[in-house]
Ligand binder design. Structure first.
Ligand code: PMP
Length: 298
């Protein structure tokens, strides 16, 4: 192992201390957004210890994103799963966020990638999970002025670095308006998703979420929450969601690996429902917490 003092990372099969100047500024992936990544989390288990939630599903999506970008990941999801577990061990982290990234690291002069083989790096950073049984976290949102392009929908299902320049701009837009979340519409004013979260609404007592024919990332948390609610006989309808429905929703909540289930309590300065997490949001949140914490099975 390298003796530099940086964080331990996994690079193409080796654990190293991140060396200074490790990735050249000429990297194709940096210039042209030819990269893809995942966000994965550990959760404290009710019986003690910590466990990575749906690791294999994240790593399958990692591979799928690469395929859509025409990149090859030279490690199977199983090999990467072993490496993720070992990275946590070597880093001494329990409450952690894992960030696998793959990118084209040929020189930027070659606009067409010189190689299909991606460089793969796994990072693990400390995370501060909120203790179980706390109130549902709340946030306030704007409807972003920026639209999601729907022209090439399947491409959005890939978690590509290039998508995140728009998301980052919209995050700043939200912050400049005193909010921490933004909702994206497509060019036909239909709801897509939030910054790095999927969105659920309660409208006339029904739970709805944009279907994956909209330009959204098909979130792993989204799928888990749909399944968990169905077991309680709350059936989520996946369909187009209009802007009018967004403004008139009784409840809105978001889902993501990093954020879990979060309640939106205000949109563009107007309270949503009573301005507090509603009954369905609370149900989704507690089911999700129980699931990631090993109280109930996925
Ligand atoms: N949409 C976007 C754009 C995201 O970056 C994320 C976070 N990965 C999500 C939705 C939620 O996906 P997941 O539940 O798999 O974290």
């Amino acid at each position: 192992m390298d003796t530099n003092t940086g964080n331990i990372i996994w690079v193409n099969g080796r654990f190293i201390h991140e060396p200074e100047g490790f990735i050249t500024p000429a990297t194709h992936g940096l210039h042209y957004g030819t990269g893809l990544f995942e966000g994965i989390r550990t959760h404290r288990q009710v019986n003690g210890g910590w466990k990575i939630f749906r690791l294999k599903d994240h790593l399958m999506r990692f591979h799928d994103s690469a395929r859509q970008l025409g990149l090859e990941i030279p490690y199977s999801p199983d090999e990467l799963a072993v490496a993720c577990e070992e990275l946590l061990d070597q880093s001494g982290l329990q409450d952690a966020y894992l960030r696998p990234i793959a990118f084209t690291d040929c020189h930027f002069q070659h606009m067409a990638k010189a190689t299909a083989e991606a460089k793969v790096v796994l990072m693990a950073i400390p995370f501060s999970s909120q203790p179980r049984g706390m109130c549902v976290p709340v946030g306030t949102a704007i409807v972003s002025e920026y639209r999601r392009a729907s022209a090439n929908v399947p491409f959005h299902r890939a978690k590509l670095t290039g998508h995140y320049s728009l998301i980052s701009i919209a995050a700043s837009e939200a912050r400049s308006r005193g909010c921490n979340q933004a909702l994206f519409l497509d060019e036909r004013d239909r709801l897509c998703e939030a910054l790095t979260d999927n969105v659920f609404l309660v409208v006339n007592g029904q739970v709805i979420t944009p279907s994956d024919s909209a330009p959204i990332l098909k979130g792993i948390t989204r799928g888990t929450v749909i399944d968990l609610l169905a077991r309680e006989n709350v059936h989520v309808i996946e369909r187009d969601v209009s802007l009018a429905e967004v403004y008139n929703a009784e409840e809105i909540f978001t889902t993501s690996t990093a954020g879990g289930v979060k309640s939106l309590i205000a949109l563009d300065g107007q309270l949503i429902g009573t301005g507090a997490p509603g009954a369905i949001t609370q149900l989704a949140s507690s089911l999700y917490e129980d699931c990631v914490g090993g109280v109930i099975e996925h």
